[in-house]
Ligand binder design. Structure first.
Ligand SMILES: Cc1cc2nc3c(=O)[nH]c(=O)nc-3n(C[C@H](O)[C@H](O)[C@H](O)COP(=O)(O)OP(=O)(O)OC[C@H]3O[C@@H](n4cnc5c(N)ncnc54)[C@H](O)[C@@H]3O)c2cc1C
Length: 391
């Protein structure tokens, strides 16, 4: 097999695999290089919540497009993604009411089925919920969650069928360049040539960028997830909830469990070496998330802890992905920094990145919002809430 490609992708998470598939479907010769196995990075440990509630028209459109892919996964990608439609609720107290209303109007404007509910109406959707402190909620009946490991492996299999060479257990060790343009990569299995290289390395994104001589503002941050066994009488699957009052998100998980994580910008402070961090959950985190969950869902007082784990977010200063060619004309592309909310956007990010790499004249999604230069220009992506991944 030839060792020269049109495009080389570094990283076998959802963004790398969806970009590879979209490129191959447009006729590019592509190789994807993953240092471990497909989905072994944060993608495989994702809570994989699929909602469309965003503050920007572009990200809302991308979430809406991606939901369509998850809903019709077998026809549009092939294989299974394990999508479960449970509905999604965003809960706010008084301070965030205006932001919530503006977001719902924005989403409806791009065709998303969502509605604003008064707090009293929430008990019809989730009877066990405590609502006294809430003023309003947004409800998306089409949203839910997927199985991230199934999803990313289905994408990789589809990419292979489309002609992509997928190398696993192979690490990229250097990005080679000549006269200001990339020429390929060095890997633990030898050299691969290409006119374009795409950095989809997630929390290792800054390290891979450095191989091309580029500094990017991206940190690997340790985040945690806990599980609680729902008590007798609460076995029914409940909606996905983002609870801005308690700074948590929670959703049902297989086995009668509820999975809980945080929507707290302070998670960006836990910067770690992505190759050396504690992957177990802290006892304090289980206690803290358990208490927050009980405040919203009092029946969980009778629940039992079922452990948890820690994984990594790849966080940029505005909590949004970087998709750009840097420097311009170099053939080195960035597609990393999806900051803890990139799973649901993966299908759209793959399409956007592929069209950006190929220089498609009329792309479905413009890349400008995600350009690297926004940080130096003082023009970051702005959300309507002070809650990091909720942007
Ligand atoms: C606990 C948790 C919960 C989350 N919950 C949600 C959620 O509910 N909804 C949502 O939308 N998003 C969520 N996310 C975020 C989402 O999972 C990520 O944004 C997304 O999976 C990132 O995908 P990626 O393809 O960019 O990168 P990753 O999955 O990080 O993949 C990068 C890959 O690059 C590989 N790599 C790195 N360096 C090299 C190298 N030198 N050579 C070869 N390969 C290399 C790594 O091994 C890795 O497999 C969550 C994330 C976590 C950790």
């Amino acid at each position: 097999m030839s060792d020269t490609y049109d495009v080389l992708i570094i990283g076998g998470g959802i963004n790398g695999c969806s970009t590879a598939l979209e490129l191959a479907r447009r006729g590019a010769r592509v190789a994807l290089v993953e240092k471990d196995n497909i989905g072994d990075g944060p993608t495989g440990r994702s809570s994989a919540i699929i909602r469309q509630h965003y503050s920007n028209e572009l990200t809302a459109r991308m979430a809406h497009y991606s939901l369509g892919v998850f809903q019709e996964f077998e026809e549009r990608v092939g294989g299974e993604c394990g999508f479960r439609r449970t509905g999604f609720l965003a809960l706010v107290a008084a301070a965030d009411r205006a932001g919530l209303e503006a977001n719902v109007a924005l989403q409806r404007g791009v065709g998303i089925r969502t509605e604003l509910l008064p707090a009293e109406a929430l008990r019809e959707i989730m009877p066990g919920m405590a609502t006294a402190d809430l003023v309003a909620a947004a409800w998306e009946e089409d949203s839910g969650y997927a199985d991230p490991y199934l999803t990313v492996n289905a994408y990789a299999a589809a990419a292979r069928r489309a002609g992509v060479r997928v190398l696993t257990n192979t690490a990229v060790t250097d990005v080679t360049q000549h006269a200001g343009r990339v020429t390929g990569v060095e890997t633990t299995a030898g050299r691969l040539g290409a006119a374009a290289v795409v950095n989809c390395a997630g929390p290792w994104g800054a390290r891979v960028a450095r191989m091309a001589g580029l500094e990017i503002p991206l940190n690997a941050c340790r985040v945690q997830v806990s599980f609680f066994k729902r008590p007798p009488g609460e076995e029914t699957v409940h909606p996905v909830v983002v609870d801005f009052g308690q700074a948590t998100y929670f959703r049902s998980e297989t086995g009668g469990l509820t999975l809980v994580g945080l929507v707290d910008p302070a998670e960006a402070n836990a910067i770690v070496d992505p190759d050396r961090y504690d992957e177990s959950v802290d006892t304090d985190f289980i206690l803290d998330t358990g208490e927050r969950l009980i405040r919203r869902y009092p029946a969980m007082e009778r629940s039992a802890s079922a452990g948890g784990y820690a994984a990594l977010y790849d966080v940029t200063p505005d909590w949004h992905v970087i998709i750009d060619e840097a420097p311009p004309g170099s053939g080195f592309f960035l597609c990393c920094g999806s900051s803890g909310h990139g799973f649901k956007l993966g299908p759209a990010v793959g399409r956007l990145t592929a069209e950006r790499v190929l220089g498609v004249a009329d792309p479905l999604f413009p890349a400008h919002l995600f350009r690297l230069g926004r940080f130096a220009e003082g023009d970051p992506v702005r959300g309507r809430y002070a809650y990091s991944i909720a942007g």
